[in-house]
Design a protein around this ligand. Sequence first.
Ligand code: FAD
Ligand code: SIN
Length: 533
Amino acid sequence: MSDQYRVDYLVLGSGIAGLWFALGVADYGQVAIITKKETAESNTNYAQGGIAGVWDKNDSIESHVHDTLVAGAGLCDEDVVREVVSEGPREIQALMDLGASFTKSEGKLHLGREAGHAHARILHASDTTGREVERVLMEKILAHPNITVFDFHYAVDLITEHHLGQHVTRLRPDISCYGAYVLDEKNETVYTFLARVTLLATGGSCAVYRHTTNPSIATGDGVAMAYRAKARIANMEFVQFHPTALYQGKVYEGREFLVSEAVRGHGGILLNRSGEAFMKQYDSRAELAPRDIVARAIDDQLKHRGEDHVFLDVSHLDAAETEQAFPYIVRTCREVGIDPTAEPIPVVPAAHYQCGGVQTDSMARTSITGLLAAGEVAYTGLHGANRLASNSLLEALVFSRKAINSAPKIAAERSFNEAVPDWDSSGTAQQREWVLISHNRKELQRTMWSYVGIVRSDLRLSRALRRTKLLYEEVEEFYGRTRISSRLCELRNLIAVAYLVIRSAQMRRESRGLHYTLDYPEQVAVERRPSLV
Ligand code: FAD
Ligand code: SIN
């Protein structure tokens, strides 16, 4: 029996981008959603602050556009920014029409304030916005007759001409995507999913760093698959570090608990361990400066003072109001012995968001025919060199809508490719050396944290590249003789992401937005362009 499925629309990922798209195209054909863990496990599920949108009559599209452009440090595509900001409120309204319940105050939607925004414009569901978004979307998805969800299924590779035995070089402009090879984790079988249109919605890659706010699913599988398929990838050097992850006084591998930027918007102040509010030394906007500036200021304080964390203090604010605004954050801090209403919260920066990704046009099409991309995996031009807070969920909604608008026409023009072979696992065997995988993953995460972090230099980057190449050689050799598994594929993908971040960082000979290097500390006009791989 051939291990094959055929669907009109194949969706890789079940975060906001994948689910929004799936609901939209389900009116036009059969949809399969592939997701590697439980369906809700995604960056989306952990989003706290909310979704940015112009809602207040005193706010304006121009103001949101301006704030996004300022944060993006000259690298945003202004047309894209204007489209996303203008079309965003309609998508947010559609999400609410589906049943998403956002926090209200005195009968009106409550708008939060976050750094870099000139107005309060963040719609949110208390401090667990992502959970509410996943809840409402999953409810609709599970009830839809045209959508099938394949959880614990891992997308291994996009199917392109390469799998038809053709030699694809980087220079070929006419690559097509025919679907994906997908590993069913439970029965260890690789299935061929043939599709007319495939949407890449696999999220980000911050698990490539030792300290990250992201759950462990964020291994950059989509970027790595697209890179192997020879899609155009852009701006991978721009990794956003969130300034305030909870510091727990121990070496902690995995997801760090985020203390939302909304806490600073609410009046939280950053203090060093001598109790000094230091942000004004770095930027007149102090705690409300864009994230890159705040994260670099904290990094500077830590390095100069030889300390391992700073504090975020809200103990001077009304305790009942803090508890009401941030119930999840207050509860989680108390669980680890810190009461934010009475004492400052120890915090450190952690890798948070991938600003670059698979390049799309304004209709969510990648450089590969039949392959669309939306959400954190995509580089659309919105964020430039630094993402403005809460613009990510917004971008995912707007670009998934663009993908919904593009997909039926593309699907109508394409048929299933009958020549695609089943997955070939001959010559591979079960491996017992799993310890090598976990050691290599940790080694890679430490390398990226130490040498490709908030502050970079040529020396640090070349050191990181050498170590990554060594890991690449070891893992490719292991991959060639080992039965496929998601752990091994993730490691391979993380190495590809590390390579893309390092090489893009080496190519950018200036400091701009999130990319800061000691060797080129100034912004340079000729470097004002996306870095393409
Ligand atoms: P995700 O939500 O990450 O979903 C990716 C999906 O792809 C997952 O289901 C994953 O399992 C699946 N997947 C990945 N690889 C594979 C594979 N190989 N095979 C099968 N499935 C795969 N942004 C905001 O705008 N506002 C906020 O308040 C906010 N808060 C945040 C708080 C935290 C702690 C974090 C981590 C991020 C936050 N962000 C926020 C960023 C935002 O949540 C994400 O950028 C956004 O949710 C990404 O959505 P997505 O659909 O692209 O990807
Ligand atoms: C936060 O709540 O601080 C995260 C917001 C974001 O990443 O946009």
